[in-house]
Design a protein around this ligand. Structure first.
Ligand SMILES: [Zn+2]
Length: 175
């Protein structure tokens, strides 16, 4: 497939790094593991992007779809189709380690690894946590935290309070 057209899968995938998750503007849809596959029809220049949304029903899905479409069209694709793939479901283990670090830097605790689909144990930054364990504070690292509200500002996040540095923070839910 490579070579004959202007576009190939790697070029499209690289361009999609510029499409950030609408709810987490510091990480891309590629780093979040939302983009599953890119197919380029080199004859027609048409592109199909397969995505698995982080949470089905996440209101960000439409925004993300539109952003992906315009990104691919900007590359010169003749047409673009965004396909939603729900099986296998997205898991927070698909979030790239660099993206976890950047989420932490903006005070959004990355989800603990859940262990499903993991192929390389060295990818995880934190020790495996049971889901009922407190979420470590992204600011000070303290585990003296309490969940304030299981439903944060979006269904993807939960709200927490750190008794170590007395700050509230959000956590991206593990699933
Ligand atoms: Zn703290």
């Amino acid at each position: 497939m490579r070579g004959s057209g202007l576009l190939d899968e790697a070029v499209v995938m690289q361009a999609l790094e510029a499409v950030k998750d609408p709810e987490i503007p510091v990480v891309s849809v590629v780093e979040l593991g939302i983009v599953q596959a890119v197919q380029v029809d080199s004859a027609s220049g048409a592109v199909v992007v397969s995505i698995t949304p982080t949470f089905s029903g996440c209101p960000a899905l439409d925004l993300m779809r539109t952003a992906i479409e315009s990104c691919v069209l900007d590359l010169g694709a003749s047409a673009v189709r965004v396909e939603v793939v729900l099986d296998p479901p997205w898991t927070s283990d698909r979030i790239a380690p660099e993206a976890r670090a950047r989420m932490q830097a903006i005070g959004l605790a990355p989800p603990p690894p859940v262990g499903r689909f993991r192929t390389d144990i060295s990818l995880t930054l934190e020790p495996l946590l049971a889901s009922e364990d407190p979420v470590p504070c992204p600011y000070c690292g303290s585990s003296q935290t309490v969940m304030e509200n299981g439903f944060g500002p979006t269904i993807c996040r939960s709200a927490h309070y750190c008794n170590g540095c007395l700050q509230s923070f959000e956590a991206f839910k593990a699933l």
